[in-house]
Design a protein around this ligand. Structure first.
Ligand code: ADP
Length: 408
C-alpha cells in the first residue's frame, strides 16, 4: 500500500463521467471535474485542480473508455495534473446506483459483483448500464488498479419490511423485487453521522431526519444511525417534488395519461422524470435559483412552485417524526439544502410544533457551510451540513482494498 493513498472516485452517467481524486492521508480533494456529452464530437471537459484556475475544453469523446482516458491524461498532465503516474492511484471507487437487495455495503468489483449489477439493470435501466460501462472503461484503462463500488441503495437496506413494502400483491415483490429501495444513501449516511457528532450523542441514541435536496431529492428517517424509511422508492421518482421529477402522485394518473394522451410507457416515463417537478410546475426552469428569483419579482406561478416544493418537505418531516416517534435533529444538504436560505426558512417556520426554535439570523444568506440553524435550547436542532458523497465512496474503496489485501 502506498504511504500516501490516493483514490479516484468515478461517477459514470449515461453521457457523463464525473471524477474526483482524493488524497486519503488528509481526506482532501486534489482535483475534480466532469466529462459531459460523452458519445459526441463536442464533449465538454471541465477540470479543477485544487488551488488552480478551472480548465475547460471541448473535443470529440466517443466512448466512456475514451472519457476515462481523457481524465487520466489530465490527472497526469505536468501542469494540470496531480499525480505523476496512473499507478499512483491506490484504488478506484465507483458510485453505483442500484444494488437491489444484494449488497448492504460497499464491495470490491469482481466477476460476481459485476454480474450482480447486471442483474439489477431492470431496476435501474437509466443508471446501472452507465455504471457498468464506467467500470469496464476504468478496468481497461487501469488494469492493475483495484476497483470498488459504493451503492446509492446500500444505506437503506436496514429499512424494516413495513417501510419498504408497498400495498401491492406480495407476488410482485417476490417476482420483480418491487419494493422501496431508496437512493442518495451515501449522502444520508454522511450527514446523519455528522449530525450525531454535532448533537454530541452516540449515533445509536439519535433520531435524525436528513433532507437531501439537489436536482434529485429525498428525505430519510435515520434512527440509531440506520435508515428506517426514505422517500424515494422502487425508483428515484417517488417522494418529493424534484428538479424535473414529479415525486408522489396518484398512480392512477399514469394510466389516465396513457389513455387520454395516447402515451407510450416511455413517453409517460419521460413526462414524469424529465418534464415534471419544479420544471413542470414553474414552466421556466428546473433550477431553484431561477424560480426563487422569479418569485421574488412577483411571478405567481414561481411562488406556487416554491409553495408546493416546501409543503411536500414539511409533510415528510412530520411523517418521519411520527415514524421514529420523535426527532432530535433535522439536516439540510445538497444543492438546494445547502444553498437556499429561503427553502430552509419556509420549511422550518412550520416546525414549531415539533420544538424547532429556528434561528432566522443564522440562516440568512448562508450558503454551502456547516451551521446550526436553531437557537440555544431548541428541543429539535436544525443543521445545514455540506454533503460529501465522494469522500464516503473513497473511504469505502480504501476500506475494501485494505480488507482484501489488494493495492499493496
Ligand atoms: P445533483 O442532484 O445534480 O447532484 P446538486 O446537489 O448539485 O444536484 O443540486 C443542484 C441544484 O441545487 C440546482 O439545480 C439548484 O436548483 C440548486 N441550487 C444550487 N445553488 C442554489 C442556490 N444558491 N439557491 C437555490 N438553489 C440552489
Amino acid at each position: 500500500m502506498n504511504k500516501h493513498p490516493i483514490v479516484l472516485v468515478l461517477n459514470c452517467g449515461s453521457s457523463s463521467v464525473k471524477y474526483q481524486v482524493l488524497d486519503m492521508s488528509s481526506e482532501t480533494t486534489m482535483a475534480k471535474g466532469i466529462v459531459e456529452r460523452v458519445g459526441t464530437d463536442e464533449a465538454r471537459i471541465t477540470h479543477d485542480k485544487t488551488g488552480s484556475p478551472t480548465f475547460r475544453t471541448t473535443k470529440p469523446v466517443a466512448t466512456h473508455k475514451i472519457a476515462v482516458g481523457e481524465v487520466l491524461a489530465l490527472l497526469t498532465d505536468p501542469e494540470m495534473g496531480v499525480i505523476e503516474n496512473v499507478s499512483d492511484i491506490t484504488a478506484v471507487g465507483h458510485r453505483v446506483v442500484h444494488a437491489g437487495e444484494r449488497f448492504s455495503g460497499s464491495v470490491m468489483i469482481n466477476k460476481e459483483t459485476k454480474q450482480a449489477l447486471k442483474d439489477c439493470i431492470d431496476l435501474a435501466p437509466l443508471h446501472n448500464p452507465a455504471n457498468i460501462t464506467g467500470i469496464a472503461a476504468a478496468e481497461e484503462a487501469m488494469p492493475g488498479t483495484p476497483q470498488a463500488g459504493t451503492f446509492d441503495t446500500a444505506f437503506h437496506q436496514t429499512m424494516p419490511a413495513h417501510a419498504f413494502l408497498y400495498g401491492l400483491p406480495i407476488g410482485l415483490y417476490k417476482k420483480y423485487g418491487m419494493r422501496r429501495y431508496g437512493f442518495h444513501g451515501t449522502s444520508h449516511y454522511w450527514v446523519s453521522k455528522r449530525a450525531a457528532e454535532l448533537l454530541g450523542k452516540p449515533i445509536e441514541a439519535t433520531k435524525i431526519i436528513t433532507c437531501h435536496l439537489g436536482n434529485g431529492a429525498s428525505l430519510t428517517a435515520v434512527a440509531g444511525g440506520k435508515s428506517v424509511d426514505t422517500s424515494m422508492g422502487f425508483t428515484p421518482l417517488e417522494g418529493l417534488v424534484m428538479g424535473t421529477r414529479c415525486g408522489d402522485i396518484d398512480p392512477a394518473i399514469v394510466t389516465f395519461l396513457m389513455r387520454k394522451e395516447n402515451l407510450s410507457p416511455e413517453q409517460v416515463d419521460d413526462l414524469l422524470n424529465k418534464e415534471s417537478g419544479v420544471r413542470g410546475l414553474a414552466q421556466m426552469s428546473h433550477d431553484m435559483r431561477d424560480v426563487e428569483a422569479a418569485a421574488e419579482q412577483g411571478n405567481a406561478q414561481a411562488q406556487t412552485t416554491l409553495d408546493v416544493y416546501c409543503y411536500k418537505i414539511i409533510k415528510y418531516i412530520g411523517a418521519y417524526a411520527a415514524a421514529m416517534n420523535g426527532v432530535d435533529a433535522i439536516v439540510f444538504t445538497a444543492g438546494v439544502g445547502e444553498n437556499s436560505p429561503y427553502v430552509r426558512e419556509q420549511v422550518c417556520k412550520s416546525l414549531t410544533y415539533l420544538g424547532v426554535d429556528f434561528d432566522y439570523g443564522a440562516n440568512e444568506g448562508l450558503k454551502g457551510k456547516e451551521r446550526e440553524l436553531t437557537k440555544v435550547g431548541s428541543k429539535v436542532k436544525v443543521y445545514t451540513i455540506p454533503t460529501n458523497e465522494e469522500l464516503v465512496i473513497a473511504q469505502d474503496a480504501l476500506k475494501q482494498v485494505r480488507a482484501n489485501g489488494a493495492g499493496d
